[in-house]
Design a protein around this ligand. Structure first.
Ligand code: ADP
Ligand code: MG
Length: 639
């Protein structure tokens, strides 16, 4: 292996267009098996040279040739590979990643290459044994002494079996005894036929080197060879360097490690952003629950093949059986009968009244709030208890039971009815309960359903207040309903309520959607800020990762994985809270309406988690790309 530098010049751009010439034409070449010390005064350009050789900075003039290949012409990808596979960095300030264990600090470079866990651990353990740390594998860097930390850094530099080890003042922060031990280790690396280049201030360090290069003002002023390093036969296990890059799973694991460091912070962010998800899922579930409620209650009472027709009431008149409202005439009947798709027409009588109609049972007189004739609109499905009424029998709703305090099914009662000022009584049997809405029962709205024929037998004339149009299919019914409206009639009261309800429901749903999306934006900003702070805090770490061969893509992936995990966590918290809330809300609503108003489906929960992850990952894009773009030299200089 040969490393050759030809006329290497480096200029730093200063403010106001000035430049500073840090290297002014360096010509030098190195070979494997050399232990080189670079000495020179502070500011002479030693670190600059190391960064260029290490591929951390490719903005220079001249050539740096590794076995004849100029690294200046390398693509980004080739440069990442070069750093990962050909270079091992050792820094003065160790630059270990504080939240990773000793073992993980060493294996991380291999993790970036997606080498199998077993191989990573075996190799890292071997190297750590070699530098004398076999008893400290699971310690965190802050539990180690300076010398021990530098040993870890050396093991890390060696993990990918590089050709060149670059050490910038490796003993600068160590006492003399520890320095000696570190130097022994470094010397052994050179003996294994690697090129070791170290920057030093210390004469002692220089004296053990096989070659000393002195640099002043960006130029090499002397280059002395002291001795030749004797080679040790190395039984180094060769391994496949051409592995793929950081896997998604490993980036998740790294991200998880990072996040554990700031547990409280990440948990709080997830908690905060879960509110948005919770409100979205809750809104959807509520919407569904309400829809179900409408379907099973209001719609459930109408035969889908029957369209109910009422005379349109003037706006300022009460729809509740106002005596002034017009009755159906023969002309109306003819018009309605001639509507396309109508199979048959049934006349009916339906009246709401507070005084006219009463039920007499056990000498108790109970007002009948609503009297309706039985038509095709009432089927066996509407019978909640008991049987469908024959002639002389009626259906009532359960509201009566509240008044009599006994089950009325099968009971014989007397009805006292008034039509056109004619008062009649009739004895009938209650065949069953009509399953009317619970709210009717709750408000005490008493309802009686009886046969038109029974009424007609009783009275001289029964006016037609309602007409039922029977069709053959649901779509025909829809058509007939629109025709009814076009001709100036209205449908059933339930339909009016239903459409009003739907309008309100839409408004509520949109309002909730707006609120939820605002909270999602808040979550997004929160996650963005937290990840951004995390990037700033870990600038140095990012520099280290880049120095040991992480591609920009890998860095991006680690931060995106963090965003993913925050999103996942907040999604899970969100749906958990939603479910808990749903239990309480349902309990409360059920006590009033016997219905579960919040219907949290698996689909909604999945949707919530996915939205949460999506929002989080999108928010993480900016911080992640910011991290990926950090300049490694700059980042490493950061303390
Ligand atoms: P050494 O490691 O020998 O102490 P460096 O290589 O770090 O010196 O720096 C060489 C010269 O280049 C110094 O004068 C330093 O101020 C300058 N320098 C280093 N980095 C930058 C930079 N990013 N921008 C401007 N000047 C720089
Ligand atoms: Mg320096």
């Amino acid at each position: 292996m040969k490393l050759q530098l030809n006329k290497v010049k480096k200029e730093y751009k200063m403010s106001q267009g000035n430049t500073f010439k840090a290297l002014r034409g360096v010509d030098v070449s190195f070979e494997s098996g050399e232990l080189v010390s670079i000495i020179g005064e502070s500011g002479s350009g030693k670190s600059t040279l190391m960064n260029l050789i290490g591929g951390l900075d490719s903005d220079f003039e001249g050539e740096i040739l590794l076995n004849g290949n100029n690294i200046r012409t390398f693509s980004k990808k080739q440069l990442d590979k070069y750093r990962k596979n050909n270079i091992g960095f050792v820094f003065q300030s160790f630059n270990l990643i504080p939240h990773l264990s000793v073992l993980d600090n060493v294996t991380i470079a291999m993790t970036l290459s997606n080498i199998s866990k077993k191989e990573r651990i075996n190799r890292a353990t071997d190297l750590l044994k070699e530098v004398g740390l076999k008893d400290h594998l699971n310690k965190k860097p802050n539990q180690l002494s300076g010398g021990q930390m530098q040993r870890v850094a050396i093991a890390r530099a060696l993990i990918n079996d590089p050709d060149i080890i670059l050490a910038d003042e490796p003993t600068g922060a160590l006492d003399s005894k520890t320095s000696e031990q570190i130097l022994t280790i470094i010397k052994r690396i050179a003996q294994k036929d690697k090129l070791v280049i170290m920057v030093t201030h210390s004469n002692k360090v220089a004296s053990i080197s096989s070659r000393v290069v002195t640099i002043a003002d960006g130029l090499i002023i002397s280059d002395e060879i002291n001795y030749e390093v004797e080679k040790l036969s190395s039984e180094e296990t060769k391994f496949n360097k051409e592995k793929q890059n950081l896997s998604f799973l490993n980036s998740l694991k790294l991200a998880f490690h990072n996040m554990k460091e700031k547990k409280a912070r990440n948990l709080l962010v997830a908690l905060g952003s879960s509110i948005g998800i919770m409100s979205v899922v809750l809104m959807l579930s509520l919407g569904l629950g309400v829809k179900d409620y409408i379907n099973t209650t209001i719609k459930g009472f109408a035969n889908p093949l029957v369209a109910e027709v009422n005379i349109k009431v003037d706006e300022n008149e009460s729809p509740f059986g106002s005596p002034n409202s017009r009755l159906f005439t023969e002309e109306d009947i003819t018009i309605l009968q001639n509507i396309d798709k109508v199979v048959s027409l049934e006349k009916g009588y339906s009246i709401n009244s507070f005084t006219n109609n009463n039920m007499i049972y056990n000498n108790q007189e109970i007002n009948v709030s609503a009297l309706t004739t039985i038509s095709s609109n009432i089927t066996l499905e509407n019978v909640k208890q008991g049987s469908f009424p024959n002639r002389g029998e009626i259906l009532i709703n359960e509201a009566f039971e509240r008044r009599t305090n006994e089950n009325m099914v099968g009971k014989e009662i007397t009805l006292s009815l008034t039509i056109n000022n004619q008062v009649k009584t009739i004895d009938v049997v209650i065949s069953g309960y009509h399953g009317s809405t619970n709210s009717d029962v709750g408000t005490g709205n008493t309802q009686v359903y009886m046969h038109l024929e029974d009424l007609e037998e009783l009275f001289d004339e029964v006016p037609t207040t309602v007409v039922y149009l029977v069709t053959n299919s649901i779509s025909d019914t829809e058509f007939v309903k629109s025709e009814i409206n076009r001709l100036g009639y209205t449908g059933s009261l339930q339909e009016l309520i239903l459409s009003a309800f739907n309008e309100i429901l839409d408004v509520i749903t949109y309002a909730l959607a707006a609120v939820s999306s605002i909270s999602l934006i808040v979550s997004a900003i929160m996650i963005l800020v937290v990840l951004y702070i995390s990037v700033v805090e870990r600038t140095k770490e990012i520099g280290v990762l880049k120095a040991i061969g992480a591609r920009s893509k890998d860095i991006k992936r680690i931060f995106s994985a963090e965003a993913f995990l925050i999103g996942l966590l907040s999604g899970l918290i969100g749906i958990t809270v939603t479910n808990i809330l749903a239990i309480f809300i349902n309990k409360f609503i059920y006590s009033l309406y016997e219905f579960n108003i919040v219907n949290v489906t698996i689909e909604y929960m999945l949707f919530g988690v996915l939205v949460s992850i999506l929002v989080s990952v999108i928010s993480g894009l900016y911080p992640a790309s910011k991290a990926a773009k950090l300049d490694p030299v700059e980042s490493l200089r950061r303390e």
